[in-house]
Design a protein around this ligand. Structure first.
Ligand SMILES: Nc1ncnc2c1ncn2[C@@H]1O[C@H](COP(=O)(O)OP(=O)(O)OP(=O)(O)O)[C@@H](O)[C@H]1O
Length: 490
């Protein structure tokens, strides 16, 4: 795919030598004071920093016989990087129902293919203890007894997905016929399929040819874990999976394909009303991932290709292949190698590998620019949309920014809100970017007029030496962007 970054391992090595300074936000200040007074807590914090952020969590109760229990729990206990997850996992095993069977099959199939040693991210029933009350709140709606499973001190939603056989997927996709190919990404081929009950689905076959079996399975479980965990109208919905022969995810089919294909690959211009609906949908989906679902999920690859469109152009955030979840106490996580899509990456991410909510907020700003201007994040002359648009956004020149294809057929208020939201999301300093809740409010025109220019946008504050508030200016950022572009394009 155009603009996809390569790994920057060498650069990361240099970066590793740089010291990363963190500051906690006001809301965390109290905790910090307590931690300073309590050396035990400090030690725990250090231990957490040394662990790698989990990329996915399977929150599925497994039932079964005692013998199943012991064999599976031991393999997962060895692999868990969070001691507390063992007991939660064991509690999960005592859950009722037969859903465990499908997972037993899945793990069975995968175990045949590779060792479980490196699956550091599997937790059943979660890494956090959630009280019944908070869990119910976070489920977002009241579920009936039939929709939940009582696992002692918490209720978990009953999974609705299936473990498909390879034969079923073969039949659904006419033997993975090229005619049924919906799209091809860097890691997967996606086929349109029709299940025996008539339901139309998208079957994502993981390819990742450059990776070994073990890494592919780890990545698959990670994506599956995240996607099984989310439940929102603006996020892709999992229908099932299969680990027979190849690794597959079965997802809800999005009839209009990706936003990229509709916005950049179609003769017909996408009308403003739909563009604005998509912007709000993605913003709400991200708000859910960052704040409203049980865990903080950072997508890490928000791009126009990864936004799918339903029958009525409801945006659906898809492709959770790079997604990570951040434990509540973590301000951010530093990753290596840096993966993502060039043109959408925030400076603190491409310079330092820092992942937190605000890296997604930056990518959302680029997406907004695409909707406003109709231009790609990186054009055929390899010019970054952010670099082109920043001066125009600063001068608030609506006419030059707005997509010529829509002419003046847009709601001026909405256009101005979108431009304002884009300029704040694209701030070179993460602290100055709004969180997604604020972005939704801006787009929906709540509390207008909004003057947030001089204010920090709240959330977890984060400073790194190269991004120091005093020294890191927009000009330095644009220079970094240029340097990064040269590195990537070399
Ligand atoms: N549920 C779906 N309904 C319709 N089309 C889909 C669906 N899922 C994926 N596609 C199509 O397949 C393409 C590739 O899918 P996806 O982005 O998930 O693959 P990937 O290999 O993980 O991509 P990437 O290179 O971004 O990592 C999408 O851009 C889209 O055109």
């Amino acid at each position: 795919m155009e603009g996809k970054t390569a790994s920057e391992a060498q650069k990361i090595e240099e970066m590793e030598e740089e010291k990363i300074l963190e500051t906690e936000s006001l809301e965390n200040e109290k905790n910090e004071e307590e931690e300073q007074q309590n050396p035990e807590n400090e030690k725990k914090e250090e231990e957490i920093e040394e662990q790698s952020s989990p990329r996915g969590v399977l929150e599925i109760p497994i039932s079964g016989s005692d013998s199943d229990h012991s064999s599976r729990s031991s393999s997962l206990e060895r692999s868990s990087s969070f001691g507390s997850e063992k007991s939660l996992f064991q509690r999960g095993l005592s859950g009722e129902l037969g859903y465990g069977l499908q997972w037993k099959n899945l793990f069975g199939q995968i175990k045949k293919r590779t060792s479980m040693r490196r699956f550091t991210t599997i937790s059943l029933l979660g890494g956090y203890e959630l009280s019944k009350k908070s869990l119910r709140g976070k489920l977002g709606r009241n579920r009936s007894a039939e929709e939940t499973i009582d696992c002692g001190d918490s209720l978990v939603p009953k999974p609705s997905w299936r473990n498909f056989s390879y034969q079923e997927l073969k039949e659904a996709t006419d033997n993975f016929s090229p005619d049924k190919l919906l799209g091809k990404g860097g890691h997967a081929e996606v086929y349109k399929g029709c299940l025996s009950d008539g339901q139309v689905v998208a079957v994502k076959k993981i390819t990742k040819k450059e990776k070994n079996d073990e890494d592919r399975v780890g990545d698959f479980l990670s994506e599956l874990g995240i996607i099984a965990h989310i439940d929102h109208p603006n996020a892709a919905r999992l229908i099932g999976f299969s680990a027979e022969n190849d690794l597959h995810l079965v997802l809800q089919f999005s009839p209009h394909g990706s936003l990229a294909s509709v916005l950049h690959g179609s003769e017909v211009s996408l009308e403003w009303k739909i563009r604005y609906k998509v912007a709000i949908g993605v913003a709400e989906g991200l708000q859910y991932l960052h704040c409203d679902c049980q865990r903080r999920i950072i997508h890490r690859d928000i791009t126009a290709s990864n936004i799918l469109l339903s029958e009525d152009y409801e945006a659906q955030i898809s492709d959770f292949g790079l997604a990570k979840w951040l434990p509540e106490k973590w301000v951010h996580h530093v990753v290596s190698p840096i993966e993502g899509t060039f043109g959408y990456m925030a400076p603190e991410y491409f310079m330092h590998g820092i992942v937190h909510e605000k890296t997604d907020v930056f990518a959302f700003g680029v997406l907004l620019l695409e909707l406003i201007t109709g231009r790609r994040a990186v054009d055929s002359c390899r010019q970054s949309l952010v670099m082109w648009a920043k001066p125009l956004l600063e001068k608030n020149i609506v006419k030059e920014l707005a997509d010529p294809q829509i002419g003046s057929n847009y709601d001026v208020k909405e256009m101005k809100r979108a431009m304002f939201a884009a300029s704040t999301c694209l701030h070179h300093l993460p602290n100055m970017r709004p969180n997604m809740k604020k972005v939704v409010q801006i787009l929906q025109g709540e509390n207008e007029p909004v003057d947030m220019k001089q204010k920090s946008m709240g959330g977890r504050a984060l400073l790194v030496d190269a991004c120091d508030l005093d020294d890191y200016t927009c000009t330095t950022y644009l220079k970094d962007l240029n340097r990064h572009m040269e590195l990537v394009m070399e």
